[in-house]
Design a protein around this ligand. Sequence first.
Ligand code: HT9
Ligand code: FE2
Length: 371
Amino acid sequence: MFGHTSARRTMEIMTTSSGYDALLVLSFGGPEEPAHVRPFLENVTRGRGVPPERLDAVVEHYMHFGGVSPINALNRDIIAAIETELASAGIDLPVYFGNRNWHPMVEDTVAQMTSDGVQRALVFPTSAWGGYSGCRQYHEDIARARGAVGDDAPDLVKIRQYYDHPAMIGAFSDAVTSALESLPDERRASARLVFTAHSIPDAADANAGPPEDGGHLYSRQVAEASRLVAAASGIDDYDVVWQSRSGPPQIPWLEPDICDHLESLSAKGVDSVVVCPIGFVSDHLEVVWDLDTEAEDKARELGMAFARAATPGTDRRFAQMVVELVREYVAEGAPRGVGEVPRYGSTLNGARCALQCCEQPTRPTRAGARV
Ligand SMILES: CC1=C(CCC(=O)O)c2cc3nc(cc4[nH]c(cc5[nH]c(cc1n2)c(C)c5CCC(=O)O)c(CCC(=O)O)c4C)C(CCC(=O)O)=C3C
Ligand SMILES: [Fe+2]
């Protein structure tokens, strides 16, 4: 059952005039049955200093959904939508699917691409962001997968960060407006807009981006995307908070946490929130558990009305954005972005964007020694 890719058709691969002959959608991966939850989590956390107590808690989150992460199915839907949009744009590129942490593994997918004769492919990462987890780790995946295949591996060009693409900002903004409209009439005018993204260690954020850009690229992009979405929704007052913190408690991560923030808002008399998961392209486990279960329960406990805005992955504009990004490369179109924070992240064969870009900070081991 493993190892097949999502290339929907067998076709003769022809190098187009633009020089690309496939598109690889590269994602995080997730388990699709209970027996796969532990091995998946072991892949995610290998060498990353995540305490066993945290892992046990996360196993439980997956078990609440029958051991099935929604992420792979959502990515298959995104791929089907991309195929439709590519076809209507007249761009003839087969689409492949590979993951960092679970099947279909990117190593297997790149092996398949090699045997299909692919020579040079674009890689669309399902993360819009800079930073180690959001960008550089995807470069590492590309390099590892090519290394596993050897000399015949195709050249792989990763598509750039797209945190401020107008199509994505538009989809998020419409989702915020719909979430606001779903609140009870009497709670709508007082609703507070709260953006949330995956927390990362402070030290990882400090190192995010090329050093000459000043660091903190991830939190700066998240803040900028939030500003753009709020502005497009006609809202000028909002907060940016973080979720899904992992790692040992003594290491500082980006704060405040969404649930703590709901408590502070409630203490100030706020009785209604719209939560926008700006950091995620689809409703994967961090969204359906950490927001739709934990944060919503917290809001209920505090007597607050709660509405969670949709993620953009199911919006047709998301697949259209992917095709626009592909066009930037195949037709050398100008990058479209509406934000003021720069975007990096496009390199060949897993090279870094710059020397010491998104360097992993040293982490204490559980024994207390630094590695
Ligand atoms: C910035 C960021 C994104 C957004 C960018 C992107 O989308 O890539 C993201 C996405 C995701 N994170 C995911 C799942 C997990 N992340 C973990 C752990 C971690 N995430 C981190 C950061 C991020 N993560 C970090 C710094 C860690 C600590 C360990 C380490 O330094 O690497 C763990 C380990 C257990 C835990 O501690 O939570 C799991 C299971 C899933 C799949 C969910 C599903 O199955 O539906 C997705 C899309
Ligand atoms: Fe994560």
